[in-house]
Design a protein around this ligand. Structure first.
Ligand SMILES: [Zn+2]
Length: 391
């Protein structure tokens, strides 16, 4: 089967093709080849838009889909945590399951071929296992009191057995510096590293940095007011605290999610200590919670691998990858669609260890094929752009 389009973005080091085609096996979507230029016959139907590999949503919490439209915007991290604590478990299970199903179906239809998904419970397991989308499930743990560490890890490992019984790839993973004792951060990171994949919310907000560097700020006060133990005050960044706690990581892929406050020194140190480190950008979630964006220009210069995620419907209006891409294009001048797509497809696929099948259009791979429509005259995204799965 052959599909023609105005633009083809094979990625994987191949340049975008104007007026090109992709050949694939309709039985299982295996790519057979691609090309362009003179080989397009006059009578061919040429799709008006860009054909790309399936997207990889590098950060989602699909189990929180029932929280859509419940959260106030711009509350900062301390306000966000208060809201999530008040609203967690306020919906009946049946409603949660139907919201998860709806979002999984809509992500698949819009071209998401794989996802790095956070779970705190088993609500989403059966639905993810039945979906044609590949998901790796990160069983996120919290616990500010050191004496709770063993119990929290035992529950996470039990949840891991349930995920495995459903056929999911899953392992415990740490949440963030402000919700965990150093003991739990270390123990959950060890489980994640053993499994080969760690995902961690890092430097999401200045409140997190204030907490670790100087023991002050709204997040610090919020935790203190709740009577919780707080992480050590180090005088350094929260990323340094994470790196110093887990030490060098040679044999696992590590995803730092958000990194709104990352510095060039931090990016360099992370790459030095963790050769397979990635940063997941979730720009619309960052705007939703604290009206900030990650330092994309610095991240590009640093050479750190980038991926793109939607985060959850507690901090976003939709789980739509094209909206995240448009947000980057609108806020960072000079980003090409090809570069944004490489983060949206290849970055996440490589983090998940699926770069041999997903993330780029190349013979033998099965990345899925997606059409992004309503591009402008120069081939850039517009507010009308949307995506749908061709294969
Ligand atoms: Zn998150």
């Amino acid at each position: 089967m052959r599909v023609y389009a105005k633009y083809i973005y094979p990625l994987g080091g191949a340049a975008p093709i104007r007026n090109g085609y992709v050949d694939y096996d309709p039985a299982d979507g295996t790519i057979l080849g691609f090309g362009g230029g003179e080989s397009i016959p006059e009578d061919a139907t040429v799709l008006d838009g860009a054909v790309t590999p399936g997207f990889v949503n590098a950060h989602c919490h699909v189990e929180l889909s029932y929280m859509k439209s419940l959260f106030k915007r711009g509350t900062g991290m301390a306000g966000f945590i208060d809201q999530i604590n008040a609203l967690r478990d306020t919906a009946p299970l049946q409603e949660k399951l139907s919201d998860i199903q709806e979002q999984m179906d809509s992500m698949w239809r819009s071209g998401v071929s794989a996802m790095a998904d956070i779970s705190n419970c088993e609500d989403s397991f059966a639905i993810k296992a039945a979906s044609p989308m590949y998901t790796r499930t990160f069983l996120e743990v919290f616990g500010t009191e050191p004496e709770d560490c063993a119990g929290v890890m035992a529950s996470a490992r039990e949840l891991c057995r349930k995920a495995a019984a459903c056929g999911l790839d899953a392992a415990p993973t740490p949440h963030a510096c402000y919700t965990m004792s150093p003991e739990l951060l270390k123990a959950s990171s060890e489980d994640a590293i053993r499994a080969g994949f760690l995902s961690y919310h890092s430097e999401e907000t200045p409140e997190e940095e204030e907490m670790i560097s100087s023991g002050s700020g709204r997040l610090w006060n919020n935790r203190k007011a709740a009577g919780m133990s707080t992480p050590p005050v180090t005088g350094g960044s929260s990323l340094d605290y994470f790196l110093d706690t887990i030490g060098p990581v040679k044999d696992a892929n590590v995803l730092l999610v958000h990194e709104v406050c990352m510095t060039a020194e931090g990016a360099a140190r992370a790459q030095e200590m963790i050769p397979n480190v990635f940063v997941a950008l979730c720009p619309r979630s960052n705007i939703y919670i604290h009206n900030a964006l990650p330092p994309v220009e610095m991240l590009r210069r640093s050479g750190i691998r980038l991926a793109l995620g939607t985060d959850s419907l507690s901090s976003n209006d939709s789980l739509d990858m094209v909206s995240e891409m448009l947000c980057l294009q609108e806020n960072f001048e000079g980003l090409s669609l090809g570069e944004i797509l490489s983060w949206s497809c290849e970055g996440g696929a490589d983090f998940l260890g699926k770069g041999d099948i997903l993330g780029s259009i190349a013979p033998g791979k099965r990345p899925g094929l997606v059409l992004i429509d309503h591009l402008d005259a120069s081939g850039r995204l517009t507010t009308a752009s949307s995506s749908y799965r061709i294969v």
